[in-house]
Design a protein around this ligand. Structure first.
Ligand SMILES: Cc1ncc(COP(=O)(O)O)c(C=O)c1O
Length: 425
């Protein structure tokens, strides 16, 4: 890809490492994207890829969904930024509250990281306590409180606590093992100063790791017993796993929820919502400060309203279709890897999956880290060469979208077959 190589050389002169988010980099250089549509993305040379990176899960309805483009085009005629309240913000907030029964009130923000930062501040403000408990491998954004033994790009790049992050902050973040509620209970017992527990209900930042039976129920029980707010970070799972997120899927009500990604289907928007008594602590009514110029901007709000309405309209079809595609695909992938005698694990649920090159089940941070990442990188490269774009790390997830067709998946399986053969050699 000479054009992308040239652009990368140029980019590095003015952009640190040539990318605006670390997960976008891969060796020797990432491809540069020119356009996207539906299930596809095209690089600067004109190569087309079937896209399973999918805006890291944001594009549940696919690239350039026509209903969303129409809603945004209509809004463009009315204005792009008002910094005053709008009727549309009420409509969107009501839609979010209707879909997520644990949410009485919601504040709109721009990114998932901003949402988790606010959720944690709210938990601290509400309890007047300091410490936060998070789970190994869960990724909640790139702010100090949560960038401790986090997944995603920080695990990929071997960063457990970031340089420049304050030890005074990270020491107030206690880290426990995912899928281990005894570890959580022990940690709470030993620490009287816990303000909140934050978790990805389905861990989608160490590859894909599913909560084991009763893990989430236990979290709810333990946090209730100790009067500690439970924060579900549904930035990935919100709207993707069901219209009401993982909490609807598992039948658990957290105290605070963060949303992002699929909320705006490719437009910049996120949200933090929860119980009225917690949310009312936000400024100006309360004393927990949170603010942003672009929060609730009319373009993103229009996109999010349309995304939720569209999802609610097609919910009886989309979730079962994507799950069916996923089950069929991962079964076939498993057969191919078995035929080739490649030690592997495939974790999947709803519209997400990941393959790990290991013979041990992947249930937490260390089992995911122990999988063979070199084999994964090899597979990634062959997939790319054969027109398939997945996120370039085993600590990410393969995302299906409503735009993927059975034909796309058949072609994808052929490419995976070639990629697995190369892994074996
Ligand atoms: C579960 C989860 N929470 C929070 C975030 C941070 O979101 P953003 O990148 O929009 O700040 C991410 C990003 O991948 C995520 O996966």
């Amino acid at each position: 890809m000479p054009r992308s190589r040239e652009l990368f050389t140029d980019a590095k002169k003015v952009i640190p490492s040539g990318v605006n988010s670390p997960v976008r980099f891969f060796t020797p250089y990432p491809f540069f994207t020119k356009k996207s549509d539906g299930a596809y993305i095209w690089d600067e040379e004109g190569n087309r890829y079937i896209d399973y990176c999918n805006g890291y899960g944001a594009l549940l309805l696919g690239h350039r969904r026509k209903e969303i483009l129409k809603a945004v085009s209509e809004q463009l005629k009315q204005g792009t930024l008002f910094c005053t309240p709008t009727r549309a913000e009420i409509e969107l907030s009501k839609l979010i509250c209707a879909n997520f029964t644990s949410i009485d009130k919601v504040r709109l923000v721009n990114t998932g990281g901003e949402a988790t930062m606010t959720a944690i501040r709210l938990a601290r403000g509400f309890t007047k306590k300091k410490k936060i408990i998070k789970f190994e491998g869960c990724y909640h954004g790139s702010h100090d409180s949560v960038l401790v033994k986090a997944g995603s790009g920080s695990a990929h790049n071997g960063i457990s606590v970031s340089d420049g992050g304050l030890e005074e902050v990270s020491k107030n973040t206690l880290v426990v093992q995912y899928n281990n509620s005894e570890d959580l209970e022990d940690t709470i017992r030993k620490n009287k100063d816990v303000a909140g527990v934050i978790v990805e209900p389905i861990l989608a930042n160490m590859g894909l790791i599913l909560p084991e039976k009763n893990f989430l129920q236990d979290l709810r029980k333990i946090t209730k017993q100790h009067d500690i707010p439970l924060i579900f970070d549904e930035v990935v799972t919100g709207f993707r796993v069901s219209p009401g997120g993982a909490q609807q899927h598992f039948g658990i009500k957290p105290d605070i929820t963060t949303l992002g990604k699929a909320l705006g289907n490719g437009f910049t928007i996120a949200a933090v919502g929860g119980k009225k008594e917690i949310m009312d602590m936000l400024s100006p009514g309360g004393k927990v400060y949170q603010a942003s110029t672009f929060a609730g901007n009319p373009i993103s709000v229009a996109a999010a309203i349309c995304s939720i309405k569209e999802l609610n309209k097609i919910k009886d079809k989309i979730y079962s279709k994507l799950e069916r595609y996923n089950v069929r695909f991962t079964r076939a992938l498993d057969d191919i890897a078995n035929d080739l005698n490649i030690p592997h694990q495939i974790n999947f649920t709803s519209s997400m999956f990941q393959i790990f090159f290991t013979n041990k089940p992947v249930t937490d941070y260390s089992s995911s880290k122990n999988a063979d990442s070199k084999k994964f990188q090899k597979m990634f490269r062959v997939l790319l060469k054969n027109g398939i774009f997945i996120a370039p790390s085993q600590f990410e997830v393969v995302f299906l979208s409503d735009a993927h067709t059975q034909r796309d998946l058949n072609k994808t399986l052929d490419s995976y077959s070639l990629a697995l053969k190369s892994v074996k050699n």
